[in-house]
Write a protein that binds this ligand. Structure first.
Ligand SMILES: *Cc1c(COP(=O)(O)O)cnc(C)c1O
Length: 362
């Protein structure tokens, strides 16, 4: 099965663990004792009940979530959360803080403003092209939440530690680094993550919300846009994206049982990042775009001496079996996304290719 697979450095949808794909292949014709494909079973069946309950239970165990947190599965991607979050949590007279660290934060801010909510951008790294994570941020003590993007997929930066908000609950877009490391969930009122970067295929967004935040949800919102609808019905108010949720469950199982949890995952991710940034630092040819101290362990962004060489690099890399290395169209350059499912072996093979490319063209 694996023979014709490339090393996949796609930013999202992204690589999935091979053993998860093998399980999906098996379940695609007949799931468990159902005699039906995983795509053919009812979302009201006992099989799907077990799948979604297991996905929630594993999420809670992996992140150490108490009973005061709800795990929801919602369609519309992380992009829907940009508006759903302020819609649900900010009433008239409320205010919230936002930290702007790149393209996705900028969009989250814009969507909250479309709704006419009172939000303050309390810090931004736009002055240096979003190449760093702001520190020593002064949050407003009266804010309902403080919104951050934990990992900036396009700019290649990441919060190494979460800011001290002086008690204001954090709200985080963790689309591109959820489940990549352990962290203190108590600081967070709400976390959301599109599955297609680190925990599954496209089609579902995981939302983790604290019970007291659910109390803020206004009655006068359409059912499908209310967090309370999903919380009351275990994300089964209407037909959910069954296949995506099932796949997320398999990835979480892999994280727990094959990897051995988030401490272990974080150590592997640190090793991968160290190998790749080390290769870039040693060379006079590649140049990391994110500032030291702010560099992402998930998306490694770098430039070559000129754009022609960058185009050649991406092309020759693909021919050699390394896919997805083109930078986001808005910033150019190169980017290697090294999410959970991309192994140390893939990163070592990539750095060997990079060194060879430098010897040829450097
Ligand atoms: C990819 C990404 C998004 C957008 O996700 P969609 O599911 O396509 O809406 C938002 N935020 C971050 C940090 C991302 O990486």
């Amino acid at each position: 099965m694996a023979q014709n697979r490339i090393y996949n450095f796609n930013p999202g949808p992204a690589a999935l663990p091979l053993e998860v794909l093998a399980q999906i292949r098996q379940d695609f014709l007949s799931y468990a004792d159902s005699g039906m494909s995983i795509t053919e079973i009812s979302h009201r069946s006992r099989w799907f009940d077990e799948i979604i309950n297991d996905a929630v239970a594993r999420t809670k165990r992996l992140l150490g979530l108490g009973d005061d947190y709800h795990v929801l599965f919602i369609q519309g991607g992380a992009s829907l959360q940009f508006c759903m979050l302020p819609m649900n949590l900010l009433g008239a007279g409320d205010r919230a803080d936002y930290v702007n660290t790149g393209t996705w934060s900028t969009k989250a801010i814009a969507e909250a403003r479309i709704l006419g909510r009172h939000i303050d951008v309390v810090a931004s790294s736009e002055d240096r092209g979003f190449a760093y994570i702001p520190e020593q941020i002064a949050f407003n003590s009266g804010a309902v939440f403080a919104h951050i993007t934990s990992n900036n997929t396009i700019k290649g930066t990441q919060f190494a530690e979460f800011p001290d908000t002086d008690g204001v609950p954090l709200a985080a877009d963790m689309s591109s680094d959820i489940m990549s490391r352990p962290f203190d969930v108590q600081k967070f009122g709400i976390i959301y993550a599109g599955a297609q970067k680190n925990i599954g295929p496209a089609g579902v967004c995981m939302v983790i919300i604290r019970a007291d935040f659910l109390e803020r949800v206004p009655e006068a919102l359409p059912s499908m846009l209310k967090y309370t609808t999903y919380a009351a019905k275990n994300s089964l108010y209407n037909t959910p994206p069954c296949f995506a949720i099932y796949s997320v469950q398999l990835v979480l199982k892999w994280l727990e049982e094959t990897i051995g949890g988030l401490e272990r995952m974080a150590a592997i991710n640190a090793e991968k990042a160290q190998i790749l940034y080390g290769c870039i630092e040693r060379s006079g040819f590649y140049r990391a775009t994110a500032e030291p101290g702010s560099r992402s362990r998930m998306n490694v962004t770098f430039r070559l001496p000129d754009e022609d060489l960058e185009a050649r690099f991406v092309k020759e890399a693909l021919a050699a079996g390394f896919g997805g290395l083109k930078g986001h169209r808005s910033v150019g350059g190169c980017r290697a996304s090294i999410y959970n499912a991309t192994g140390v072996d893939a990163v070592k093979a990539l750095t060997a290719f990079m060194e060879e490319f430098e010897r040829t063209y450097g």
